[in-house]
Design a protein around this ligand. Structure first.
Ligand SMILES: Cc1cc2nc3c(=O)[nH]c(=O)nc-3n(C[C@H](O)[C@H](O)[C@H](O)COP(=O)(O)OP(=O)(O)OC[C@H]3O[C@@H](n4cnc5c(N)ncnc54)[C@H](O)[C@@H]3O)c2cc1C
Length: 535
């Protein structure tokens, strides 16, 4: 059985081997100048010091709790750069006192009752892949919590019912991506929700964070796939009605989609499914300028063709993804269908894309009917990098590189000036903070008829292991400020957590903030649900 890393991404045995890590380090050193830094040894669990748990679960719940160091340290953080950097610095200060694994909704209810009575913070935990400080026990000191309980939903997992007629399934909140798809495959169905964190994130986590899958258009946010939810709140179970659509008042599901564990625990949901695709078509186009590639993406987004992939990689991002030498900007276009052949779609998409001066990447044009998928060429290589990327990121952190991402969304009218402002600020502040050369790369992950979601990656050589998280915090604060000031959102799909609260507070309207606080008071009167998040 593979063992999950308690400080970094994924399974321990899938981490980069030292030789692979060093080769990547040398490549990066060649881009940034100077030598690759000496690696920091990953932490061992017996090097981790945790305070004694500040509370114990009552006898009736004690069988659900775990207090061993590996379980507590493994639930201390999500999987952002700053989480990995703190892990490498052997800093697990935000570890919960106890981790509970409820087996059913009644266990969840009794755990929440205990938390409210004992003034213990209740932190729902799905796959722990948050990149915004969503699962850590960073508790407001003034609120006098008696400790923190991480509520891991791993046992509330599985596909419980499939309604083939309506193409929907009833799924436990703790179900991880691969288990969900494995259970749907025999029915010829798929949820078609593939965030990069797919392997180690859960349906409940996707719903709680309004996650975005990797498809570029149409139903790519989990929001559109949720038909009904069951949420255990401290004041009772809220189960919504299964309906294909409803005009009866504000949507109750939408109250909980994106609630980030601050209102209750998503124990189950009915989700909308799709037939598995049989037809695929894809192509990669090269552009001299990033703006031309983005103009083509906009034209495609507004064409009504709705490609499944319409991803722009600027030249630096293409190089990060091992696609060429950093001289060309790429547009990856793909279509999928369970119903019809796609030649007319891809042919029209290429016409549109070439209108902005593109060249077709040699050998990249693929049309497959009934095959396993277009996974060769640039698109295939990109997919491999996409899945391997988080392990690579961790390896770079062990080499002392600061490497993190920002993602946001903006309407097309402001896209060019916005992206330029964010890039300029990120480059300037990252150079100041790291004191050296940096790479700032951009890809466009999702396109809409009215705008797009640019995603920036910043890489620089850090100034020492102990202060890496702090260096990133300085870069993050400066770039977050410009994102919100220039009219973007603090997060297109990574959610708010604790890290994005300052930006979120600026972005939302004051009456909405008050209304959300009132909802929280009603559902969570003791204020124990994931304190510090959203409200
Ligand atoms: C390498 C990497 C790639 C990523 N790629 C993507 C991506 O492509 N798209 C994307 O949208 N995000 C991405 N993320 C972010 C993250 O994977 C998502 O936010 C994901 O939805 C979190 O799911 P999870 O099960 O891991 O939740 P967790 O990290 O465990 O929790 C996230 C938040 O949801 C709450 N929560 C979790 N489960 C429940 C529940 N059952 N009920 C109530 N609250 C709950 C937690 O309290 C926390 O606030 C990525 C993260 C990493 C590290």
């Amino acid at each position: 059985v593979p063992r999950r890393s308690f400080w970094g991404w994924g399974n321990e045995e899938d981490a980069l081997a030292p030789a692979e890590r060093d080769a990547v380090g040398q490549m990066l050193a060649a881009r940034l100048g100077g030598e690759a830094p000496a690696p920091i040894a990953p932490p061992k669990i017996d090097e981790v010091t945790l305070g004694a748990p500040r509370f114990a679960l009552p006898a009736s719940l004690a069988h659900l709790g775990h207090v061993d160091a590996r379980t507590r340290a493994g639930h201390a953080y999500g999987k952002a750069f700053r989480d990995v950097a703190r892990g490498l610095a052997r800093d697990f200060a935000a570890a919960p006192d106890v981790v509970a694994f409820p087996a059913d909704e009644d266990d969840v209810r009794r755990l929440l009752d205990f938390c409210a009575e004992a003034r213990v913070a209740a932190i729902p935990y799905g796959g722990g892949s948050s990149v915004v400080g969503g699962v850590e026990a960073r508790l407001p000191a003034s609120r006098g919590f008696a400790g923190a309980l991480s509520i891991d939903l791993a046992k509330l997992a599985g596909v419980r019912e499939v309604d083939v007629a309506s193409r929907a399934a009833r799924v436990g909140g703790g179900t991880l991506g691969p288990a969900l798809e494995d259970a749907l495959r025999p029915h010829g169905l798929t949820l078609r929700h593939f965030p990069q964190s797919f392997e180690f994130s859960t349906l409940g986590g996707w719903i709680a964070t309004r996650a975005g899958g990797h498809f570029a258009t149409l139903a790519t946010h989990i929001d559109d796939s949720v038909e009904a939810v069951r949420v255990v709140t401290p004041t009772g179970l809220c189960a919504t009605r299964r309906l294909p659509a409803s005009g009866a008042g504000p949507s109750p599901e939408r109250l909980f989609i994106g609630s980030e564990g601050a209102l209750g625990v998503v124990t189950e949901a009915w989700v909308r499914l799709h037939e598995r695709p049989r037809f695929r078509a894809s192509a990669t186009l090269r552009y001299v300028s990033f703006s031309a590639a983005c103009r083509a993406a906009r034209a495609l987004a507004q064409s009504g063709l709705y490609p499944t992939n319409c991803r722009v990689l600027d030249a630096a991002e293409a190089q990060n993804a091992m696609q060429g030498d950093g001289s060309a900007n790429l547009l990856l276009v793909a279509f999928e269908s369970s119903d019809h052949a796609l030649e007319p779609w891809i042919a029209r998409a290429l016409e549109i894309a070439k209108g902005e001066g593109a060249e077709l990447e040699q050998g990249s044009y693929k049309v497959k009917d009934g095959g396993a998928g277009a996974r060769e060429g640039a698109a295939g290589a990109w997919r491999q990098m996409f899945l391997r990327g988080p392990y690579l990121r961790d390896a770079l952190v062990t080499l002392g590189y600061v490497v993190e991402t920002f993602e946001t969304a903006i309407t097309w009218d402001r896209f060019d000036s916005f992206s330029a402002a964010v890039r300029e600020r990120a480059e300037r502040v990252a150079r100041e903070v790291t004191g050296g050369e940096v790479v700032v790369a951009c890809r466009v992950t999702h396109v809409y008829p009215d705008g797009a979601a640019p995603y920036f990656t910043v890489i620089g050589k850090g100034k020492g292991a102990a202060s890496m998280a702090k260096q990133w915090d300085e870069i993050k604060a400066a770039v977050s400020e410009v994102i919100v000031a220039e009219g973007g959102t603090i997060s297109h799909h990574h959610a708010t957590g604790r890290d994005h609260m300052p930006g979120y507070e600026k972005e939302r309207a004051e009456p909405f903030a008050r209304a959300l606080a009132a909802v929280k008071r009603e559902l969570d009167p003791a204020g124990v649900m994931n304190p510090g998040v959203l409200v």
